[in-house]
Design a protein around this ligand. Structure first.
Ligand SMILES: Cc1cc2nc3c(=O)[nH]c(=O)nc-3n(C[C@H](O)[C@H](O)[C@H](O)COP(=O)(O)O)c2cc1C
Length: 195
């Protein structure tokens, strides 16, 4: 039997309410129409202020250590971030600096970002994608970027963004079905070896 993908959604926003969260929720819901997911949400804002002061996972409080473990053990990561000063927030990078460098090898990662304008849409391509390339993760074909023109009062109001989300999910689903099939195979082999 297919088991739900352990999906960890990381929001790099430091504020509430968060436009990035709205985008991440839409991606999750759209993906859920195609695949069984077991979702765990991690919001960077909940890991403050201790995260910034910790130079190793040992120095983190338990909830932040659990967040790190959840990321390391995910079958699928969905990472969304606001753009700060033409890049990703330093604290989001710091969170991933604490992740075991081998833990995300082959993990599929869906990328998303929100900014004040279209000007920094390519931060997804020149900062987020290279970060997960370092981890040898499987970044999914296209990322999604949104601005205040697209999201009002917690609701996606732009048809263009809705269509882009659909396109992103349509490209991601076949890859994730392959990942799910591989996980199933791995489980069967482990069970066979244990028998
Ligand atoms: C400190 C700070 C710096 C920002 N710098 C940029 C920027 O360089 N480019 C941009 O497009 N938006 C910038 N923004 C706007 C945020 O990226 C945007 O409002 C984002 O959608 C906020 O996401 P959130 O609601 O999930 O926190 C900045 C916002 C803050 C607070």
């Amino acid at each position: 039997m297919i088991r739900p993908l352990r999906t960890v959604i990381v929001n790099g926003s430091l504020h509430r309410p968060s436009r990035t969260q709205v985008l991440l929720d839409a991606l999750r819901d759209s993906l859920n129409d195609h695949l069984a997911l077991h979702v765990h949400h991690i919001e960077l804002v909940n890991l403050l202020p201790e995260l910034g002061a910790a130079l190793s996972t040992d120095a983190l409080p338990t909830d932040a250590q659990h967040a790190i473990k959840a990321i390391e053990n995910a079958d699928l990561l969905i990472v969304g971030t606001p753009i700060f000063r033409a890049g990703i927030p330093g604290l989001l990078k710091h969170l991933f600096d604490l992740i075991d460098m081998n833990a995300l090898n082959g993990t599929p990662v869906l990328l998303a970002a929100t900014g004040g304008s279209q000007r920094h849409a390519l931060v997804i391509e020149h900062q987020l994608r290279p970060l997960f390339s370092f981890f040898q993760s499987l970044t999914l074909p296209i990322g999604v970027y949104a601005t205040p023109e697209d999201i009002h009062d917690g609701v996606i109001t732009s048809d263009a963004l809705q269509q882009h989300i659909q396109r992103t999910i349509n490209l991601a689903v076949p890859v994730l079905q392959g990942v799910q099939a591989r996980l199933l195979q791995d489980t069967a082999v482990t069970q066979e070896q244990a028998a």
